[in-house]
Design a protein around this ligand. Structure first.
Ligand code: AMP
Ligand code: MG
Length: 377
């Protein structure tokens, strides 16, 4: 029997709420500054010549490299110009014969194939004409678009590194634990994950289960754009974070999602600071961070919505009780997901041995079923 509330927020909805709540830098409209290419260019290393002369031998007038002004080398009947990829075509030439289709002979060349006009030539304007719309305003930023902005002589954004703070919470977290205490493993885990995802990371000391101390830490974000906390968002008597955030006037984007493990997660905006308050159990904290942090980073950096999911077949069944979709740790062997006998959301050992976590939507998933999974990073 399950005690899950049926109205828990589905994961996809929580992700889209987060996406929509964050500001996104986007590109301005981009139009071509000039024809692209601005002049006919060689697309291969070879010789530039007139195709109409067929295979007749040619005398070589000189060599054009990328960046050379071609005006001085006019191709006239019976001549050709050695040319390198990217060089502007000399006047008079209309085709490139690649090195592979040539034989050098007595200061001239013989052709091994019939040239045709336009062969291996990037014709002026064949990619874009001056003034053409290259990207509409609001396009997400990616490396190809950064290159296009650079090509068009427009200022381009240096992809910002988002500063992410990590702070665990819990009175039980100490460096040298007695049997009733534990070490803070979530802090280093989340810092490593944020770093892997390209963020600038500040690992802060763990915070006590004390509302005043939590409030003080939340009020001093410094230069952090995102704060990842772990612990203190569930229903326990020391789970103060939701109340503290509300008292500070934070906008709660969501609290509790339809996911196992990882249900208690909370996301909130405190001024410009995004707080991703993750549950304390390590597997929950890891999976929630793996799902939500890339989305927040992509949005704040102006990139497109990332899709972290891969697909593979299950090599065995996964036990599924209750009504929340399950993320279950698996080993990936020969492209198949082998479910590990995980012991739940506190089982860091199994998580650390896993290659990915399979998404098991409902009971009844059997060996051979193709499912989506999150690779462990
Ligand atoms: P909480 O979400 O604060 O109720 O914590 C749930 C469980 O996760 C408890 O067993 C905590 O001791 C454990 N836990 C909380 N924070 C951490 C942490 N930083 N590292 C490892 N385990 C933690
Ligand atoms: Mg706690």
């Amino acid at each position: 029997m399950s005690c899950d509330a049926p109205d828990l927020l589905p994961l996809e909805e929580a992700l889209s709420r987060l996406w929509e709540a964050l500001p996104a830098p986007a590109l301005p409209e981009l139009r071509a500054e000039r024809d692209d290419p601005a002049t006919d260019r060689a697309a291969m290393d070879g010789v530039a010549l007139r195709a109409s002369e067929g295979r007749a031998p040619r005398r070589l007038l000189g060599t054009l490299f990328a960046g050379d002004d071609p005006a001085a080398l006019r191709v006239t009947p019976g001549t050709a110009v050695r040319i390198m990829t990217g060089a502007a075509l000399p006047p008079g030439a209309d085709a490139i014969v690649p090195v592979e289709q040539l034989r050098e002979a007595d200061g001239g060349i013989e052709l091994l194939a019939d040239p045709r006009p336009g062969d291996h030539v990037r014709t002026r304007g064949d990619q874009a004409r001056a003034g053409d719309l290259l990207l509409p305003a609001g396009s997400p930023i990616n490396a190809a678009r950064v290159a296009l902005l650079a090509q068009e002589g427009r200022p381009f954004p240096a992809l910002p590194r988002i500063r992410v703070g990590v702070a665990s919470t819990g009175d039980e977290l100490v460096p040298q634990p007695a049997p009733h205490q534990i070490r803070d493993s979530n802090g280093p885990m989340l810092a490593a994950l944020a770093r892997t995802l390209g963020a600038d990371v500040e690992l802060r000391p763990a915070l006590p289960d004390d509302p005043a101390a939590l409030a003080t830490a939340l009020r001093q974000p410094g230069d952090l754009r995102i704060l990842l906390t772990s612990g203190g968002v569930s229903m326990g008597e020391h789970d103060h974070l939701p109340a503290v955030l509300k008292e500070l006037g934070a906008t709660i984007l969501f609290h509790k999602i339809r996911l196992k493990p990882g249900k208690p997660m909370l996301a909130a905006l405190l001024g410009d600071l995004l707080v991703l308050a993750l549950p304390g159990n390590p597997v929950s904290a890891y999976l929630n961070a793996l799902l939500f942090l890339p989305v927040a980073l992509a949005r704040l950096e102006g990139r497109a919505l990332p899709n972290p999911w891969h697909r593979a077949r299950l090599a065995g069944p996964v036990k599924h009780k209750g009504d929340r979709p399950l993320l279950h740790p698996c080993r990936l062997v020969d492209g198949q997901l082998h479910p590990l006998p995980g012991k739940g959301s506190a089982d860091l050992v199994t998580l650390a041995q896993a290659d990915g976590c399979a998404w098991v939507e409902a009971p009844g998933q059997v060996a051979g079923d193709k499912v989506r999974y999150l690779p462990i990073v």
